[in-house]
Design a protein around this ligand. Structure first.
Ligand code: ZN
Length: 143
């Protein structure tokens, strides 16, 4: 059974991130600086270096790896919620190389921005807190 709430749209933040910054850190910093506890995130641009994770559902652990070369961000979609009382960004990202081939996964630390434009839309409603989920081994929403 799906578990969900009806939420109201809040403020929208639209901007660009710092050249040379870590993509996941920069998005998290914007959320912390603006006290954003719940929202959705999208972004596009290009990176100097890409690092993504793939969750091994059998071993119940993330495998992290770097992608070769400088890449376009063709899509980033994610959300912000709370974990241990702090905003945490969960994002998945798709990159394209210089032949147009695409790769993607769970955005990990170590993805370095060349240029990135982002949008964060805040959502008003109950708190979404992440905690350990027995079934998956993932930090999912307790609701
Ligand atoms: Zn993920």
């Amino acid at each position: 059974m799906a578990v969900y709430n009806e939420l109201n749209k809040g403020k929208i933040f639209l901007g660009k991130l710092r050249h040379g910054g870590d993509l996941l850190d920069e998005l998290t910093s914007v959320c912390k600086a603006n006290d954003i506890k719940l929202g959705r995130i999208e972004a596009l641009g290009a990176v100097q270096k890409a690092c993504i994770g793939f969750y091994d559902q059998v071993k119940r652990e993330y495998k992290y790896f770097e992608l070769e070369g400088r890449l376009e961000i063709t899509n980033l979609i994610g959300n912000v919620s709370l974990k241990d009382g702090e905003p945490i960004v969960h994002a998945h990202i798709t990159f394209a190389d210089n032949t147009g081939r695409a790769f993607g996964g769970h955005l990990a630390a170590g993805t370095i921005i060349f240029a990135t434009e982002f949008l964060i839309e805040t959502l008003d409603g109950p708190q979404y807190n992440r905690g350990y989920d027995e079934q998956t081994g993932l930090p999912l929403w307790n609701m």
